[in-house]
Design a protein around this ligand. Structure first.
Ligand code: 16G
Length: 264
């Protein structure tokens, strides 16, 4: 077994790592800010700066406290706080590890299920809404539908390995999804079967502060950051087949895109 306990046998082996020796030097006992808050802040900065990588082990509490010359309570408080923020994962019997972040490719028209499976996560959903109803004037304009047309409305809480990571709201013309019950797992699979999977998309990304209701669904602290991606999906003939608004947990997602020089 290769867990923190084996890798960090004693405080000296902890301090052999520049990350931990740097943290020890940065802690300031003369500061007015309590040590556990300093440690939480410094460790949070280290993880979000990517100085530590996904699945990197955190030394056991006792070794870490000795190495940093702080109490075990200080270490415990900091690790508990960062575990609550989703930056660390505790695995019983194995130790504490830097939580993996999910990479969302911004330049591919993939589905949530495909994104998760390609990164080794198990996708699942919880339905928040699934109805057919009348198009609103704004939606009619965006979808190119006549007033009075029917649309399908889907709202799902989406999970990666049982952890809530995104809230997705999708509006589609009813003709691309006549049977709501057909969507059991992947919406794009159902659209593909009917020949209505989008082949082109326009996306807009913006940073948001999660509303209290969104934070509760995503199981993060109120006021946490989120990423909002709006996708408009088009069929080959130019018709809009979906308008999707997805709100992702800011602490769990990295958005990546391949970019090319002009003319390439
Ligand atoms: C992605 C798409 C969304 C699509 C959904 C289908 C973005 C920003 N949005 O979340 O438009 O409806 O996947 O996922 O990527 P599914 O096939 O797993 O249900």
């Amino acid at each position: 077994m290769s867990g923190p306990a084996l890798q960090f046998r004693d405080p000296q082996s902890v301090l052999a790592s520049p990350v931990w020796s740097g943290l020890r030097a940065a802690l300031n006992k003369g500061d007015r800010q309590p040590l556990h808050l300093q440690l939480t802040r410094l460790l949070r900065e280290t993880i979000t700066r990517a100085d530590m990588v996904a699945e990197e082990p955190i030394p056991p509490e006792r070794q870490l406290a000795e190495a940093l010359d702080v109490s075990r309570v200080t270490v415990r408080k900091a690790l508990t706080q960062l575990t609550g923020e989703g930056l660390l994962n505790r695995r019983r019997g194995a130790g504490t590890f830097v939580a993996p972040r999910i990479e969302k490719n911004f330049s591919h028209l993939t589905s949530f299920s495909e994104d998760m499976l390609s990164r080794g996560h198990r996708p699942s959903s919880q339905w928040l809404d699934k109805t057919h109803s009348m198009v609103t004037p704004d939606e009619a304009l965006a979808l190119g539908l006549s007033p009075g047309s029917r649309v399908a409305r889907l709202r799902r809480l989406r999970f990666a390995d049982d952890e809530a990571v995104a809230i997705e709201s999708t509006v589609l013309p009813a003709y691309v999804l006549p049977d709501l019950a057909a969507v059991t797992h992947s919406l794009y699979d159902v659209l593909a079967r009917g020949g209505f999977r989008p082949t082109r998309g326009l996306q807009r990304l913006r940073a948001v502060i999660l509303t209290p209701a969104q934070a509760e669904l995503l199981n993060v602290a109120e006021g946490s950051a989120g990423l909002h991606i709006e996708r408009r999906g088009y069929l080959p003939d130019g018709r809009v087949c979906e308008i999707n608004h997805s709100v992702y947990r800011g602490d769990a997602y990295d958005v990546v895109a391949e970019v090319h020089a002009f003319g390439e």
